[in-house]
Design a protein around this ligand. Structure first.
Ligand SMILES: [Zn+2]
Ligand SMILES: [Zn+2]
Length: 215
């Protein structure tokens, strides 16, 4: 049985370091931001969403700032600023805290960051593909050779599967990977004062990315 598009991209991501779902979602978000800046700057539907969200969240605003993107960023953010200024112009003093609160509410984002929304959709799609297609031999083999999932995506994938094989492969793999990492951390802590060149030398960095989402 051929893999779905999502499962095929996960299969490719299994060869990269770190959680395959994080890898894929990070790539998809980067591509979405590229398209936004270089192709969709004048898309009225997307621009309306960005205006209502009052721009992007901190994380995605930081990712958006890139060489060559200055014109797109200026166009998008001028639009947001115009919307904010119009709200400010329309504001009328209504007395005491009520007037200030009404203006504060009018300026508040009316929608979530559009990139966060896209990111959450991608995470769900990849977790679903993994849960449904992990028993395909090619994906299973690649997944067993990978670094396994981060805690967030381990939980998301488990929540989407009712197959016993998926449950067993996922939990066995994560147990093996995290046991190994725990031993490396113990080694690192024990030898913190000596020069380390072996794998436990960067275990403290790997655990930070494995137990929190990195997308
Ligand atoms: Zn992940
Ligand atoms: Zn965001």
């Amino acid at each position: 049985m051929a893999l779905s598009g999502e499962a095929y991209r996960l299969w490719e991501a299994c060869a990269e370091p770190g959680c395959p779902i994080c890898t894929r979602v990070r790539l998809d978000v980067a591509r979405y931001l590229d398209r936004l800046l270089y192709e969709n700057v004048n898309d009225t539907h997307i621009r309306a969403k960005i205006r209502e969200a009052r721009g992007f969240c901190n994380r995605h605003a930081y990712l958006l700032s890139r060489p060559g993107g200055s014109l797109g960023i200026a166009v998008i953010y001028r639009d947001v600023l115009e919307r904010v200024l119009r709200t400010l112009d329309e504001a009328r003093w209504r007395g005491g805290e009520i007037g200030s609160k009404a203006l504060s509410d009018a300026l508040a984002p009316k929608q979530a960051c559009p990139v966060c929304v896209r990111e959450a959709e991608a995470e769900m799609a990849y977790a679903r593909a993994l849960a449904e297609e992990l028993d395909a031999p090619s994906l299973l083999e690649a997944f067993k050779e990978s670094d396994g999932l981060c805690l967030r995506h381990f939980r998301t994938t488990l929540g989407m599967s009712s197959k016993r094989e998926v449950f067993e492969v996922l939990s066995d793999m994560q147990r093996t990977i995290w046991n190994r990492l725990s031993m490396e951390l113990a080694e690192f802590i024990q030898q913190a004062d000596s020069d380390l060149t072996s794998s436990e030398g960067d275990s403290w960095q790997r655990i930070v990315t494995r137990l929190r989402r990195v997308v």
